[in-house]
Design a protein around this ligand. Structure first.
Ligand code: CA
Length: 233
């Protein structure tokens, strides 16, 4: 697996390259978007980690350029407290984001999750859930959940991509069909009732993770997320 890192701060880049290589990835680094585009013309990459704040073309524009005519999973490195960057990053199709400052281990774990998700090396698993897609039924810890249509839709959407952050807009589009028809709080309200139902089954777990200002994800089973245990310390 060959990872392209585009980051204009050499100190951050060194740490990330080191962490990726230590985990067995091949990694190439560019300081600017322009260099990255040139490199990507002569080499194929399996995933790109793009700093949003680059001196020349910027991570989002670079993402669009790199993806021209090909599928390329992308993880954005966003500035601390730049919520708008994270939202935009997911909306333009980033597969994940990591906020600075970040631990290199966290980044490597996310790289792994995205690659596994896209390459279907193993079905991504969320702890304790079983989804009968045809019967539109979901069991959690072997108990059939009694869900409303919208709760079911939300959980099904999250289960389809464990570990991925889905924005409210994405969830509304998926579940309600048209985000504009629903109020801002609609998703939050149904997530809340969904959480209450999950809590009845497993008071000790809260598998739905809230990403403030961004949306929601379903926690993956940590053993599934990284069978080699690299994310656990
Ligand atoms: Ca930067």
């Amino acid at each position: 697996m060959h990872i392209l890192l585009v980051e204009d701060e050499p100190a951050i880049a060194d740490i990330v390259l080191h962490a990726l290589r230590a985990e067995g990835f091949e990694a190439s680094h560019c300081l600017t978007g322009r260099d990255a585009l040139a490199l990507a013309r002569s080499q194929a990459f399996d995933l790109a980690v793009l700093d949003v704040g680059l001196p020349d073309i910027g991570g989002f524009a670079l993402c669009r350029e790199l993806r021209r005519g090909r599928d390329l999973p992308v993880i954005f490195l966003t500035a601390h407290n730049a919520e708008a960057e994270r939202i935009l990053g997911l909306e333009i199709g980033g597969d994940d984001y990591v906020t600075k400052p970040f631990s290199p281990r966290e980044l490597v774990a996310r790289v792994r999750v995205v690659l596994r998700r896209l390459h279907h090396e193993a079905p991504a698993a969320a702890s304790g859930f079983a989804h009968d897609v045809e019967g539109k039924r979901i069991t959690f810890r072997r108990q059939l959940l009694d869900l409303t249509r919208y709760e079911y839709g939300l959980l099904a959407a999250l289960l389809q991509r464990p570990g991925a952050v889905l924005s409210r807009v994405q969830l509304m589009d998926r579940v309600w069909g048209n985000a504009l028809d629903s109020g801002d709080r609609t998703v939050d309200t149904h997530i809340k009732t969904l959480r209450a139902k999950l809590r009845e089954v497993a008071p000790d777990l809260d598998p739905i993770r809230t990403h403030r200002g961004l949306g929601y994800s379903l926690e993956m089973d940590p053993r599934e997320a990284d069978p080699r245990g690299a994310t656990r310390e």
